[in-house]
Design a binder for this molecule. Structure first.
Ligand SMILES: Cc1cc2nc3c(=O)[nH]c(=O)nc-3n(C[C@H](O)[C@H](O)[C@H](O)COP(=O)(O)OP(=O)(O)OC[C@H]3O[C@@H](n4cnc5c(N)ncnc54)[C@H](O)[C@@H]3O)c2cc1C
Length: 290
């Protein structure tokens, strides 16, 4: 189908893009990789008067390390594609969760065009990257007419395709911590390799040699209307020896307090079961012997 008529802008700078969004507010939207927005427009599930294409803004595409040592961070421009994240040697060595997760998003075409910023701003309840961003406790930089502000990943996803961004703000950067000594794993249950997650579990885990869990954070996607941190499961594992019984008991809390989705891909029971199984598998993949 053909989208309804809109006016197209191709700003060359972030400031120019912000000023366009500020001028047109709800009648405008930024376009990144177009892997979600173009389909919505073509299917006429969304319509807008002004489209602000971010693709020409080179200052939004980078991956760089800021500061060394345990308190170092890696900054990623919002226009960085899944393919760039997957191939990044810096991320592979210092934040392997992101390349792992990016490598199972959609297919090659989607990974070549789709962007990290677009994925997070779109906030699909089954999107893969949001789970990783939650597990990493990332910080997200939003730039709007009033300047910039930082949003914690935990505060970013508000509901079904709803985020803390306002219509005149652009997500410009995602900052993740460098976490040496952490194992990072993403496990995704999907019907076919290029499908969205029925359940996706992103795990950052630091355990001692005796397998006591020192630090853990778990991001979950595909289960409810928004990606979330599995705080109850984390609590039941933190400070505990990661033995099968403890892991099983903690995994049983993975959907606690959450309204589990039901759709043609999975019933509530099956999806809850998948979440329990996949969090246990993620912990096992982190090298915990059980
Ligand atoms: C065939 C197919 C399979 C897919 N499979 C998967 C999958 O397995 N897992 C998965 O997670 N996703 C999947 N996707 C979705 C894909 O990940 C999209 O790329 C992603 O959801 C949006 O990223 P984008 O850069 O294409 O954003 P766009 O489609 O350009 O934009 C999406 C939304 O975000 C807003 N936006 C974009 N960038 C910004 C920004 N910097 N600041 C503020 N707002 C912004 C736009 O206005 C729009 O509302 C699939 C898509 C397709 C077509």
């Amino acid at each position: 189908m053909i989208p309804s008529k809109f006016e197209y802008f191709a700003p060359a700078s972030l400031a120019e893009a912000v000023s366009l969004l500020s001028k047109y507010q709800e009648e405008a939207k930024p376009l990144a990789g177009g892997q979600s927005l173009i389909s919505l427009l073509k299917l006429r599930l969304a319509s807008l008067k002004y489209l602000v294409d971010l693709a020409g803004i080179a200052e939004l595409n980078y991956i760089r390390e800021e500061g060394a040592g345990p308190s170092g961070t890696i900054s990623i421009g919002a226009l960085t594609t899944y393919a760039q994240i997957k191939e990044s040697k810096l991320l592979q060595s210092k934040c392997p969760l992101l390349p792992q997760t990016a490598s199972v998003v959609g297919d090659v075409q989607v990974r070549n065009r789709g962007t990290l910023g677009g994925s997070l701003a779109h906030a699909d309840p089954a999107g893969d990257m949001p789970a990783a961003i939650l597990a990493l406790k990332a910080e997200l930089k939003a730039v709007g007419p009033q300047g910039e502000r930082w949003i914690q990943a935990d505060d970013f996803f508000l509901g079904m395709m709803e985020t803390a961004l306002s219509p005149d703000e652009i997500l410009s950067e995602i900052r993740v911590p460098v976490l040496p000594d952490h194992k990072m794993i993403y496990r995704k249950a999907a019907r076919r390799p290029s499908d969205f997650a029925m359940v996706g579990i992103a795990l950052c885990l630091k355990a001692r040699d005796d397998q006591t869990c020192e630090e853990i954070s778990i991001g979950v996607t595909g289960v409810t209307d928004k990606p979330y941190r599995a705080e109850e499961t984390e609590k039941r594992l933190r400070g505990k020896k990661l033995e099968p019984k403890i892991i099983e008991e903690a995994a049983s809390a993975i959907t606690e307090g959450v309204d589990v989705m039901e759709n043609m891909h999975a019933s509530q029971d099956f999806r809850s079961h998948l979440a329990r199984v996949y969090v246990s598998r993620a912990i096992a993949a982190a090298g915990i012997r059980s």
